[in-house]
Design a protein around this ligand. Structure first.
Ligand code: NAD
Length: 493
């Protein structure tokens, strides 16, 4: 049995608690992937102390030099991509093609951010006074806590660790309890590539025992959190109490509009990928299909037929299209939503069952599920289910469709299938989400564009893109007066 440790101050160490937890394969629930440290507040204390000790030297390391280390991380990820993806599939179930994509996203982010070492641009601007020079620079925030979910075990950490480090911060990283192996694998690569000790620390364990002490620690200056809206609200309250910076990336209830002029086969393909890719466990998953009444019947028939062809099983097998859910809690939650939908009067078209046959016998598998006759105010149309369940809502016009899409507490991703450029532009303008796709599904973000959402999905920040450094740096404005006399802005004379 592999025993994995915390990484603090450049060393792999046991938790002070002396306790561990098991990480199991959701496709074969008896298979233990490894044993990990069940850490506590004292471990957080040590991790933060290490990050504090390393902060000054790291901050003063020239940004291009920081970038060179991160670039090596990218090179190593490329070399190890397949083995990292296999470990990821074993610990969280996504099919291998998708875990390869997850590692690829980390690679893309690493190269992109490493290049920023030679930019990290500020601005110069004229002064209103003579013989005076004005500029802005970005400065590090300090110690960053990165708290991440299990559905993108390497991609999401990369979205936080890379820009945080590039900007000159030091980091304490707490991954999800369901995916600690990918976190350990990622950290080992930073270690191998020569990141100085203490700059990046890993502490595994629960939200309560590790996450909260990290958030409330005096020396931690920024919380970068991705996870559920419910937990995010708790993070926000703790941070508000201490007047602390925090960025939140949270849930979604994303919709695809299919208009009557759409390429139906393309739309169905996008809907299947959006709803059932990653077993529906994506923040950007398409969980609402908002379909024009004139084509809803044809669309639904095609959708049922394509969904019926999906093969469930272990994500390591080439034959698998849809892997398991992450754990038993999620399996039960998703099954409960099926009952909720039925009780609300929606019509279950397919799925709605726990799958225990064949390859699914000893894992957490759920049949891809489609509801129709769904009203926008039903719980299955409003709440984030985070599984392979999609609802069809029928509309009669573009205006109604956009109204339905916007009628949710969340605002992450959206899509429209139409061949009418005017309709596409109206949707781009009027849908209130952080991301909108035209003739493509709700998933497929690229790392050099801002990522995040409106309303309950976030608190206004955007990860990735150029905007990411607005999270991980403070702006500083600098005025250089070379007139040799006292000059007063706004005051003549
Ligand atoms: P979660 O909120 O349960 O957990 C996220 C992280 O927070 C985990 O590391 C967890 O251990 C930690 N945590 C839990 N309780 C905590 C507490 N009290 N204090 C501090 N930390 C705590 O989410 P999850 O189940 O891991 O992930 C699924 C959710 O993440 C979904 O809602 C999904 O939409 C969302 N998500 C959002 C994005 C995005 O970018 N918007 C991306 C991926 C996932």
């Amino acid at each position: 049995m592999n025993i994995y440790k915390n990484y603090i101050n450049g060393e792999w160490v046991d938790s002070v608690s002396g306790e561990v937890f098991e990480n199991k394969n959701p496709a074969h629930k008896e298979e233990v992937i490894g044993v990990f440290q069940k850490s506590v507040a004292e471990d957080v204390e040590k991790g933060v102390a290490a990050a504090a000790e390393a902060a000054e030297a790291w901050k003063k390391t020239p940004a291009p030099k920081r970038g060179e280390i991160l670039y090596k991380v990218g090179e190593t990820l490329v070399r190890k991509k397949k083995e990292l993806a296999r470990d990821m599939t074993r610990e969280m179930g996504k099919v291998l093609k998708e875990t390869m994509g997850d590692v690829q996203e980390a690679i893309d982010m690493t190269y992109y951010i490493a290049g920023e070492g030679r930019r990290l641009l500020g601005e110069t601007t004229p002064s209103e006074l003579p013989d005076k020079f004005c500029m802005t620079i970005r400065i590090p925030v300090g110690i960053v806590a990165a708290i991440t979910p299990w559905n993108f075990p390497m991609a999401i950490p990369s979205w936080k660790l890379l820009p945080a480090l590039m900007a000159g911060n030091t980091v304490v990283f707490k991954p999800a309890t369901d995916t600690p192996l990918s976190a350990v694998n990622f950290i080992k690569i930073f270690e191998e590539c020569g990141l100085p000790r203490g700059v990046l620390n890993l502490i595994t364990g629960s939200g309560k025992d590790v996450g909260e002490p990290l958030i409330t620690h005096n020396e931690v200056k920024l919380i970068s959190f991705t996870g559920s809206t419910e937990v995010g609200q708790g993070v926000a309250s703790l941070c508000a109490r201490d007047i602390k910076r925090y960025s939140l990336e949270m849930g979604g209830k994303n919709a695809i509009i299919v208009m009557d002029d759409a390429d139906l086969d393309l739309a169905v393909e996008g809907a299947v990928w959006g709803a059932f890719g990653t077993t529906g466990q994506r923040c950007t998953a398409a969980s609402r299909l908002v379909v024009h009444k004139d084509i809803v019947k044809r669309f639904t028939n095609k959708l049922i037929s394509k969904t019926g062809a999906l093969r469930l099983g272990d994500g390591l097998l080439d034959s698998t299209d849809v892997g398991p859910l992450i754990n038993e809690n999620q399996l039960n939650k998703i099954h409960e939503y099926t009952q909720i939908g039925i009780d609300e009067g929606a019509k279950l078209l397919t799925g709605g069952k726990i799958c225990k046959e064949g390859d699914c016998a000893d894992g957490y598998f759920y049949k891809p599920t489609i509801f129709t006759d769904v009203e926008r105010d039903m719980r299955i149309a409003r709440e984030e289910i985070f599984g392979p369940t999609v609802v069809i809502i029928t509309i009669g016009s573009l205006e109604e469709a956009i109204d339905v899409v916007n009628d949710t507490e969340y605002g992450l991703s959206s899509a429209i299938y139409t061949r009418d450029v005017n309709k596409a532009f109206v949707a781009m303008r009027d849908i209130y989400t952080g991301i909108t796709y035209i003739n493509s599904s709700t998933i497929g973000a690229e790392i050099h564009l801002p990522f995040g959402g409106t309303k309950g999905t976030g608190n206004g920040h955007r990860e990735a893109g150029t905007t990411v450094f607005d999270i991980f740096t403070e702006w500083k404005s600098i005025y250089v007066d070379f007139s040799g006399k006292l000059q007063k802005a706004q005051i003549a004379g």
